[in-house]
Write a new protein. Structure first.
Length: 459
């Protein structure tokens, strides 16, 4: 590498000023200047976000400005100062600009192409060789980057401005819900929203139960079934749909779309690489969940269905559901906990109150308002086409084991609806009737889980 010259620190401080401008604009704080014969020709900083341009690194921005200022794309007698070691793209651009010299500050151990990861400047076969100087004001340059990223790393799950997040205190000391939370916010479909899920039992278990709740429930619904499954050595994954439970809650009703919620579940299964699954569904957990196996049928070996349906849009929705939808429209601020208590007289008040925990005010209830109207009702309704594809899969391609548990007191998706679903699932002959159970049949879940264990173990 070349030796440091007397004025180098001055020019690097100008580059640091450009890095500060980048940070103020929300860009990764890298700055650059181009100098010719002791005269500032151009300056630039990262503008990838502002320009929607992956090539708008500080070096490229400064090079373009210098070439325009000098009327020549060749910058033979110029020096570029940049606060961070150039990447492969920028290193190639700097060499192609025929720069006399490049001076950088902090090394980039993950992407640097001037000696850290690779050294493009040292390639002898290239027809131009630019002199290189690294490490100038390295600590100051590194501190600028570190200060920018520190608050972001301290909050790995920032809350989107268009969403709400239920305070953790609302979930403190809930009865029979001891599991540690798990969060994801980097699934493509989430677009920064934070998804909560339970992940209990051994990760290498032979069998995984994927438990999907419906409206207006959340993963608390499975608290009586999870210990049975994990006690037998199985794994349980139970996500909270966006808008429910501990997951983020978009403020706008329009954020809730069938394809969005389904895609989040598809991506969650892929991210966790879940295999040998028993799909456990109820209510909307089935409306979404019964469509999941067509995306990766090899991952699923069993189905445990409870008071749910495939909404294909080519048959009328049940009178019970239509009644529920009309009631929700008239009572948008209904008490979720008391709804559970009304159909489950055996529940203690702390249990049914737990269902209110995710929804401290009207702003958190967008999903509750939207979901009743989101059930596919017509052939062209969102979700109806994928549901018909799923119905074909369950009727003709499904080769796994199927277990149904029906709460016979359910006026919405009770036995008549479930018998219709049974006819749509190939080989579905095992049905457990629960005369005392209503729509939220998991409130009798321990008995269901104990009956399901040997059934799926026999597969």
């Amino acid at each position: 590498m070349a030796e440091t010259l007397p004025d180098d620190a001055h020019w690097m401080r100008l580059a640091l000023e450009q890095a500060t401008l980048a940070a103020q604009a929300g860009e990764v704080p890298v700055g650059a200047v181009v100098v010719q014969n002791g005269r500032l020709i151009s300056s630039g900083h990262n503008r990838c976000i502002a320009n929607s341009d992956p090539t708008a690194h500080a070096e490229v921005v400064a090079l373009r400005a210098a070439a325009l200022a000098l009327g020549n794309y060749r910058l033979d007698d110029c020096t570029l100062y940049v606060t961070l070691e150039p990447c492969a793209m920028c290193s190639g651009a700097l060499i192609n600009a025929r720069l006399q010299r490049v001076v950088f500050g902090a090394s980039d151990l993950r992407a640097g192409a001037a000696g850290s990861v690779l050294d493009i400047f040292a390639v002898e076969a290239l027809n131009h060789h630019t002199r290189l100087q690294g490490g100038l004001l390295a600590q100051e340059c590194a501190d600028t980057l570190r200060d920018f990223f520190k608050p972001k790393r301290a909050n790995m799950s920032p809350l989107r401005e268009d969403s709400l997040r239920t305070p953790d205190a609302r979930f403190a000391d809930l009865p029979d819900y001891p599991w540690a939370p798990n969060y994801l916010n980097d699934l493509p479909a989430l677009d920064g929203l934070r998804l909560h899920y339970l992940d209990a039992g051994p990760r290498n278990a032979d069998l995984t139960y994927l438990c999907l709740h419906g409206n207006p429930a959340w993963s608390y619904l499975y608290r009586k079934m999870i210990p049975v499954f994990t006690g037998a050595g199985h794994r349980v994954v139970a996500p909270d749909l966006i808008g429910f439970g501990k997951s983020d809650k978009p403020k706008k009703d329009s954020a809730h779309q069938f394809d969005f919620h389904r895609q989040v579940l598809v991506e969650l299964v892929e991210r966790l690489d879940l295999k040998n699954m028993v799909l456990v569904v109820q209510d909307w957990g089935g409306i979404f969940g019964l469509t999941l196996p067509i995306a990766a049928p090899q991952r699923y070996g069993g189905l445990l269905a409870m008071n749910t349906l495939l909404a294909c849009g080519d048959a009328p929705l049940s009178p019970g559901f239509l009644g529920w939808r009309a009631w929700c429209a008239k009572n948008p601020e209904f008490d979720v906990g008391r709804l559970f208590a009304r159909g489950n007289s055996h529940m203690a008040e702390p249990e049914w109150q737990a269902y209110n925990a995710p929804f401290p005010d009207a702003g958190h209830r967008a999903a509750l308002r939207v979901f009743p109207n989101m059930v596919p009702e017509f052939v062209d309704s969102p979700g109806a086409e994928i549901a018909r594809q799923a119905r074909d899969f369950w009727q003709t391609e499904w080769e796994g084991r199927s277990f149904m548990a029906i709460g016979q007191q359910d006026p919405v998706l009770g036995e008549p609806v479930m018998r219709g679903l049974q006819r749509q699932i190939r080989g579905c002959e095992h049905v457990m009737l629960l005369p005392e159970a209503g729509h939220f049949v998991q409130e009798h879940g321990e008995a269901i889980a104990l009956a399901a264990l040997p059934f799926f173990a026999a597969a």
